[in-house]
Design a protein around this ligand. Structure first.
Ligand SMILES: [Zn+2]
Length: 94
């Protein structure tokens, strides 16, 4: 599959432009080793190996960095409708 300039295009118009911009920025950023700043290679889902020092890092399944980007991934996996539904359940539980 050829790499698109904008990796968020696959999300179409379903998500707001701000969200899609965040995905672009998260996915275009190179994954680098925290030790030697070498390039990280994806060895397996969640396992990243540095091409410089060989250090293995546990990370996101498709990106080495975790945290905000991982949260964004999860948010994108769950549809907006599902989120609203979950919110209604939480709010109605008082
Ligand atoms: Zn390294």
């Amino acid at each position: 599959m050829p790499r698109q300039n904008s990796s968020s295009k696959r999300f179409g118009a379903r998500y707001g432009s701000k969200t899609r911009r965040n995905v672009d920025e998260a996915e275009k950023r190179d994954s680098v080793c925290g030790e030697c700043r070498g390039e990280l290679e994806r060895e397996a889902a969640g396992i990243w190996k540095c091409t410089g020092c060989g250090k293995k890092t546990a990370g996101g399944a498709y990106r080495a960095d975790t945290g905000a980007e991982e949260m964004l991934d999860k948010a994108l996996q769950v549809g907006t409708e599902e989120l609203e539904e979950a919110q209604e359940i939480v709010e109605g539980d008082e």
